[in-house]
Design a binder for this molecule. Sequence first.
Ligand SMILES: Cc1cc2nc3c(=O)[nH]c(=O)nc-3n(C[C@H](O)[C@H](O)[C@H](O)COP(=O)(O)O)c2cc1C
Ligand code: SF4
Length: 434
Amino acid sequence: MASLDAPRIVSSRRDVADSFTLNRYLETGGYVALRRALTMFPEAVAAEVDKASLLGRGGAGFPAGRKWSMLRRSPISYLVVNGDESEPATFKDHYLVERDPHQLVEGVIIAAYALQVTQAFIFLRGEFALGLERVQQALNDAYALGALGSKIFGSNFSLDIVVHPGAGAYICGEETSLLEALEGKRGFPRIKPPFFPAVTGLYGEPTVVNNVETMSNLPWIINNGGEAFAALGAGRSTGTRLFALAGDVKNPGVFELEMVKNSFRDIIFDPALGGGLAEGRTLKAFIPGGVSAPWFGPDQLDTPLGQDEVGALGSMLGSGSIVVMDDASCVVRATWRITKFFSRESCGQCTPCREGSGWIERIMYRLEHGGGRLEDLDLLLDLCDNIAPGLSWPPQQTTICVLGPSIPSSVHSALSMFRDDFVAHVNHGGCPHD
Ligand SMILES: Cc1cc2nc3c(=O)[nH]c(=O)nc-3n(C[C@H](O)[C@H](O)[C@H](O)COP(=O)(O)O)c2cc1C
Ligand code: SF4
């Protein structure tokens, strides 16, 4: 059974119909943390986040407090919040911006105060029409309340926040590409080094980039203390986390769970969470952390939902999206769809990513639709090995950003785990499921 005793930190207003309004936010403890933070030294606010050991929730899992403390040694010009969230099956920030925009805004103001930044940006996926409207309304409300703008709540701290819609490219979730887009340019990732945002970020200035969910944890951390947050979870994976559960489960959705204390089996099968698979179906595979992660099979179901626990088994928790495939799923089709996504979204700067993704996608297409050959199976692995040599995890990088090395994960996983399914597609002349 799942462990559901932990407090809800970022989804505490989940059952409140008008959770996105200022009135409801104030009635449920909103902006108390900001008032408290403003009575503390900025260093003390940052120290609470450090004590919480809050890992960034955007995918890479770098501790937010450590990122800030490394940067605070020299002045930081901008805080940029990443709400691009465009990967298939990843939808937890979508939930936060629509359902609790004030919590996000309050978190951003607290972070800006800790970093002593006077200009912040919230970059949101352009397709989040309702989310954009609600975050903009929350910003307008916060200005009217005195929580934003000049001399916030009578203090000496001033901050402006601008919300910026993306134009529909997945690659703009990668932080340096996001900064290019914010500057009004095409979303091309920058080469690191020298373009680490902390050093040469937005408009060439030192910049902190953090994810929407990372920011949304801050009001709770300031209200309850970093130690209370760190007491939840285990090891490096502290606190709770939002998981977006998709695919062949009875009850897909976004669930907030204490890290490590729950397993993939819990979230997929507990009646209060995913509710299990459809009647008569069995589990074939699941993707533990977004479609760029290596896949797991039924033997890994009891793996705890923790960053190091998943990493030790050769995959990643990533942005917290879990995709479940039952025994009726076609893994060749799933792999083709994932590869098609990456091929379409490759920005085209690097040859292995640009050429490799299209080549793999075309082979996957012919395997799924007839015309596949047995030699295609080894050709696929050879292509994957050219993009990420050695096919190890974490992958070797031959490209500017990690979108390229993300492409082989699904192909390599599906071929290693279900080679017979690929052979069946060749022998059948297309998908045997059709
Ligand atoms: C291809 C690609 C897409 C990404 N998409 C997102 C995204 O949609 N949202 C996000 O927060 N981070 C995304 N990231 C990670 C960011 O580059 C960055 O690590 C993150 O925003 C930092 O915030 P955090 O430390 O709070 O996690 C992406 C990275 C890559 C390589
Ligand atoms: S790896 Fe792909 S998406 Fe990333 S910079 Fe290179 S071509 Fe663009």
